[in-house]
Design a protein around this ligand. Sequence first.
Ligand code: PEP
Ligand code: MN
Length: 272
Amino acid sequence: MNQAKVNQKPMLVAGPCSAEGREQIMFSIEQAKARNVDFVRISLWKPRTKPGFDGLKEEGISLLAEAAQMGVNPGTEILVPSQAQSVMDGVLPSLGADGKLLLWIGARNQNHYVQQEIARVAAQDSRVHLMLKNQPWHSESHWEGIVDHALEGGMAPENLILCHRGFTPDVHHPNPSGLRNVADNEMAMRIKEKTNLTMLLDISHIAGAVDKLDEVAMDGAEFNYDGMVIEVHPNPRFAWTDAKQQITWDQLDTMLGKLQAGRVIEKKAVLA
Ligand code: PEP
Ligand code: MN
């Protein structure tokens, strides 16, 4: 995060890649609460390249409601408007007036009609925030189009959040570190500037592996992101999805400490 953001608390969306069961999620909610994260990931629908575990689906909605009752704002990906509606019906009654529910449209969900209709559902309650992840392929205009579709669906800009999760590596964009997805931080900043929306960096889906997270986070810290999405699991080695890129809550503390230290060094350099 750059100097302008030094005194502003970055937004943090943290929790497991997928919700796997009650015990895992209760632990995640407690850890998220202890750290005052903005949203805990309790993701119920997982788009898969090939068939496999694709989420607890409707069965897990009560877990988001429990998070809301415990004073922690929950978040999940949704794939279609009816899922957005089911989550809202199940969670909003448990959410206080100041509470927030995060729904997000994932990278693979590139049907403009579905995007608009999800936005139409989400726009019904001002406590619902909709996060738009960029599409997998490298295109600025397509990403801008996702924002336009959400606005067209009636979403209020103050309830829209953008998230850069990198682009699938291709021959035109070098990937010397072998990341899962290649970030284009300059593009993310241009879109942030043009749309005037909150822009988060999903370091987990860019890195793809724990040993590359620090590098992605440190690179991102050079830009004016408003916060981060990060996958955190009670026992990453045994995660049902994205096991290679998830860290523990203790490791998250270490990473946030390093980022904080980086910012302090940056600040000292400016003052010197
Ligand atoms: C996710 O955030 O759970 C996810 C699947 O990421 P993406 O849509 O960016 O691939
Ligand atoms: Mn994941």
